[in-house]
Design a protein around this ligand. Structure first.
Ligand code: GAP
Length: 459
């Protein structure tokens, strides 16, 4: 049962416990940027690792890639990202000069702008008397492109403009030929990439939901045109499977078929997978698009290089593409929201993260019952080293009393706390020698487990 009705408690926990900090905070922060702290990076890495395992390592038809973030202007001309399709309608407060997204201001007045031209948006602003949040009149709408330009090298001459990639996908399309020629893949096959993408969002907002620098986990799956519908259904199920693998409840996920008039410039069919974000409602978690042969065809035309697939009999064709595209920060937020739980244990209120064990920042926390007893500490360090070898992310926690350690580990989602006590040393009950107490996060139940069985037990 969800206990959250806004994002605030999650944001506060994430800051308090070292998951997410505002970007460049000591300089007042940089809008639209956030930094993963020590626990956030563990959770984010676990998400990326699980994604890679599921979609690349456990399949025969997938190849990995890690392409450059900076890509030259012709790539973005070819992909269409320098055009209107990757721009947002911008209006300016005529008094303060502040800029806002016209579609967001109109949405607050109940006016939808999907499919409207700039002129129609400007007319709607006048008709509905839209004002800036400060109550000032607004300019006509103009288009604002979301790509981040960067100047390459010391010469500020034309032709030197490059862009931070607005989606990781383009690095996959520009490497299609390289993968085809080096790996000789059989159709259908996919190329996957995890990496950063950048968008100069006019209005970054809602914590990690809309930011200017974010992680994407993308797959371009190349198929024959005649087979795209069959593979569309297969990938749709794969995406559903991923969401249950990361612990998102089915009732908090919804599929939204994007209407034709709202499709991205490259897409013929798109399903947005939406998550029920607390206090916000259903909004996009990840997207799944049929991009046709748009990108490969465009890059072929602009680069003059053939991006066809060559059949064993020598015949050639341009593959069509299915694209499951996942945003790391939105998955991270959804996982935290889903896990956030408030309950009572032993008559005390507690907050804990009910994270799936494979995503928790620490799989296990190891503690000596008392930190001033050298034999307990020595044994605890031995068990800690053993578990760390197996799981990597294991905490050694000897701060405060045992109850406080449990609360702290609960709050960061550690599934198991292992305590080394006098029984472990065989001092109180020789039958318990070399066993430890394992305490479970969700129920608070405790069991005695032999040290030799711990790694299997905590799997
Ligand atoms: N290659 C396709 C593509 O980039 P998209 O719907 O624009 O499609 C894919 O982005 C995913 O990236 C989204 O579903 C979302 O999870 C994430 N995303 C997009 N823009 C974002 C932003 N400004 N901040 C955080 N995540 C974002």
């Amino acid at each position: 049962m969800r206990t959250l009705d806004s994002l605030e408690p999650v944001v506060a926990l994430a800051k308090r416990r070292g998951f997410v900090f505002p970007g460049s905070e000591i300089y007042g922060g940089l809008k639209g940027t956030w930094d993963y702290g020590p626990l956030g990076v563990l959770l984010a890495n676990n998400l990326k690792r699980e994604w890679w395992k599921l979609f690349v390592e456990q399949r025969e038809d997938m190849y990995g890639l890690d392409a450059s973030i900076i890509m030259p202007e012709p790539v973005w001309q070819a992909s269409g990202h320098l055009g209107a399709g990757f721009s947002d309608p911008l209006v300016t407060d005529t008094v303060t000069g502040e800029r806002f997204r016209a579609d967001h201001l109109l949405k607050e007045l109940g006016v939808e702008t999907d499919g409207l031209t700039l002129e129609q948006i400007s007319a709607a602003i006048k008709e509905h008397g839209a004002k800036s949040p400060q109550g000032n009149p607004l300019s006509d709408a103009t288009l604002f492109n979301l790509l981040f330009p960067v100047t390459m090298g010391a010469q500020q001459a034309s032709g030197n403009t490059a862009y931070l990639r607005g989606e990781t996908a383009q690095g996959i399309f520009t490497n299609f030929k390289n993968v085809r020629d080096t790996m000789s893949p059989k159709m259908p096959f996919g190329i996957a990439q995890i990496g950063k993408a950048f968008r100069n969002e006019i209005a970054p907002r809602e914590w990690l939901f809309r930011v200017r620098e974010f992680g994407q986990m993308e797959i371009e799956y190349f198929v024959r045109e005649s087979e795209w519908e069959q593979y569309f259904e297969e990938w749709r199920e794969q995406i559903q499977g991923w969401h249950s693998h990361i612990g998102l409840a089915t009732e908090n996920i919804r599929e939204y078929e994007v209407p034709v008039e709202d499709l991205a410039h490259y897409s013929k069919r798109t399903i947005d997978f939406e998550y029920n974000f607390p206090g916000k409602g259903f909004d996009e978690l990840c997207g799944f698009a049929y991009r046709t042969d748009y990108d490969l065809r465009q890059h072929m035309e602009h680069s003059g290089v053939s991006l066809e697939y060559i059949e064993p009999d020598g015949s050639r064709f341009i593959p069509h593409v299915l694209e499951p595209s996942f945003g790391l920060e939105r998955a991270f937020t959804a996982v935290l929201c889903e896990a956030y739980t408030e309950d009572e244990m032993n008559g005390e209120a507690r907050t804990y993260l009910k994270l799936p064990a494979h995503l928790a920042p620490y799989r296990v926390a190891v503690s000596p019952l008392l930190k001033n007893k050298p034999q307990l500490v020595e044994k605890a360090r031995e068990v800690f080293r053993l578990l760390k070898q197996e799981f990597g992310n294991v905490a050694y926690d000897d701060n405060g009393n045992i109850g406080k350690r449990y609360r702290r580990q609960d709050e960061i989602g550690t599934p198991y706390c292992v305590v080394i006590d006098f029984d472990t040393l065989g001092e109180e009950n020789p039958a318990h020698a070399d066993t430890v107490t394992v305490r479970h996060r969700d129920t608070g139940e405790q069991e005695r487990v032999a040290i030799t069985e711990l790694t299997t037990y905590c799997k």
